[in-house]
Each structure stands twice: as structure tokens, then as C-alpha cells.
Design a protein around this ligand. Sequence first.
Ligand code: TXA
Ligand code: MG
Length: 354
Amino acid sequence: MTIILRVDPTNPDEEALSRAAEVIRGGGLVAFPTETVYGLGANVFDRRALMRVYEVKQRPVDNPLIIHVDSLEMLREVARDIPEEAFKLASRFWPGPLTLILLKSGRVPYEATGGLETVAVRMPAHPVALKLISRAGVPIAAPSANLSGRPSPTRGEHVVRDLYSKVDVIIDAGETLYGVESTIVNILVKPPVLLRPGAYPVEEVERVLGVRIHVPEFARGLSEAESAMAPGTRYRHYAPNTPLILVEAGSYEGEALKRLSMEVARRIGEFKGRRVCVLSSRETSSAYTGLGVEVFVLGSRDNLFAVARNLFNALRWVDDAGCEVAIAEGYPERGLGLTIMNRLRKAASRRIFI
Ligand code: TXA
Ligand code: MG
């Protein structure tokens, strides 16, 4: 049986949090909101609870989980030999959507790390997440609270859809702030490597570190990671069931943007008689009116925060709206644009470059 607890995101009901924390301590699974996406939480020191996370999500067991802490003291419970850079980044970005790869402590079971000697750790900024960890008194291992391969949940109802009856508690606190997952950086190597672009632009992390961060092809969503360094990137992610065509361009300014929307319109024409859905930006949406398609406006190209925030909801909508084919526009790979392109490329069944 699953208990759904609806709480206020900024001032969550104390009793509800105590109840959920009790479930974590007792080895149960609690889906909870973070500022990025919802997570499916378990006590990181409880092997059986961790195994259940994989089972419930139908997640490959070599794809490790992110460990959530509420303090630097708790960080020391899960990581050892923490480099100075980690504290530098933590003081600037925590609590917040930056996940660091560190050496694991002896206390963290391999079930949480997919067999690796490293852990992925972050301190979430959502009041519900922070309070839940504090009350539970243990670090909480939590992957995104979706079924493996599905878009990450940005609303309580997404979690209910994917995990109802499979977990013990779902804390529903409405829509999450960023709507995309945390940025993951491996600072154990030189230069540091971006494993997943996320809610914080990698350029901001570079500014604080004062060094360039290597952005591998797989972080751009262009290829599969071969090494065990970035296990999660090997699997197909975020994909709607509906085929999704991603139209990319070398530039997204002025005339180039116009050409992009004309290409999307031309592609729409190829699917006459089919239900076509378009993931559009505000600037280009008028190019698709009168073409008999459903248009989801993600946001303005001048506000990639909004585009990123709406993206997973849009990917779920593509299936829910009964689209037979979906077409998405690309974005420049700067700032949050890199995050958006990583997710879109992983979701796409086909990419077109104009
Ligand atoms: O925003 C987020 O990060 C959300 C919320 C719930 O905190 N969590 C999340 O977890 O996105 P998940 O499991 O969907 O993604 C975790 C990623 C995976 O790609 C995994 O491979 C990587 O983190 N990861 C975990 N431990 C790792 C490690 N030791 N080395 C390299 N990558 C690791
Ligand atoms: Mg995930």
C-alpha cells in the first residue's frame, strides 16, 4: 500500500515529515520532492532497501544512486579523503543541484554505488528533502522517482503514475523548481569531468573552480559513455513512447531560427493525416499555427530556465496527448542549453541537422 502525503513545499507539515522519516528509518521507500525532480529515497546504509529501489524502478543494478545529505557532517559519513575543491563547490552551491563524485566511505554499501569505489553526493535545497533527511538522521540514496527510461518526475502526479502501489510513501509537494536533474561533476580527475549537465550551468561551476571542466561527447548527449566512470549515461533515458524527432541547427539566431522553424513545418507536412505534436519555443510557435498540429510552448529562448523546467512535463505530455509523432526544436549548447540538448538527444529517436 502506498500512502500519499500532500504537503506545502515551503512549510511542510511536521507530522507528515516525521511519518515519512520513520518509514526511511524502518527500511521503507519514500518518494519525495527535491528542487530538481522527485527522488525515490531509501536509507543508504540499508542494503535491502537499496535493492528494492532498483527493483521498483526496474533499474539496471550497475547504475548507481545519488546520495542526499543535509550537512557536511553527514557528507563525511558517506565520503572519505574529500578534496578541497569539494568544500569550495559545496560552500558556493549547496544546498543545491550540484552532485559531486567522491571516494566512498567504508560504510556505504556497494548496492548504492553499483559496485564502484566512488559515491555521487549532493545536498538538496528543497525544504521537504532537507527536513526529511534531517529527521531520518541518515543519508538518503535517491535516484529520480520514475520508472527506468521514463522522463524524470517534476510533479507529484508523475510519481503517482509511475510508482503508486510500489513504494511506501509518496510526498506530493507540487511542481519542482528546476524541473531537470542536478549537474554531476567528477572532481577526482584532472581536469574535472562533467558527467551530466543539469540544473546548474557547467560554466558556473568552472568559474568557482577556476579551471575548465572537460565536457565529453556523452555529456552532450551525443554518444554512449563506454567507461564505468559515468554508468547511468549508457542507458536510454527520458524517452517518450512516441517517436521524437529532434531538429538541430548550427545557429539559432535570426534567419537561422527562421530556417529551423521552416524545416520543422516541412517535416510536419510529411506526416499528413497523423497526429503531430511540436515542442516549440515561444519565438517560433506562430510558424506552426494553422498546420493542424498540437503545439507545446516550452518557453522563450531568452529564458532557458523555463524551457528546462517544462521539458520533462512536455515529454510526458507527448504520450498523454496521443501524439503519433513529436518534433522538437534544438537549442544552443551554452548554459542550460547544454542540459536541454542532453535530455532532448537522449529522448529523440531521430536527429536531423540542418
Ligand atoms: O537531481 C538529481 O540528481 C535527482 C534528484 C532526485 O536528486 N537524482 C537523480 O538521480 O537524477 P538518478 O539516479 O536519476 O541519476 C543519478 C546519476 C546516474 O546517471 C548515475 O549513473 C550517476 O548519477 N552516478 C551515481 N553514482 C555515480 C558514481 N559513483 N560515479 C559516476 N556516476 C554516478
Ligand atoms: Mg534518473
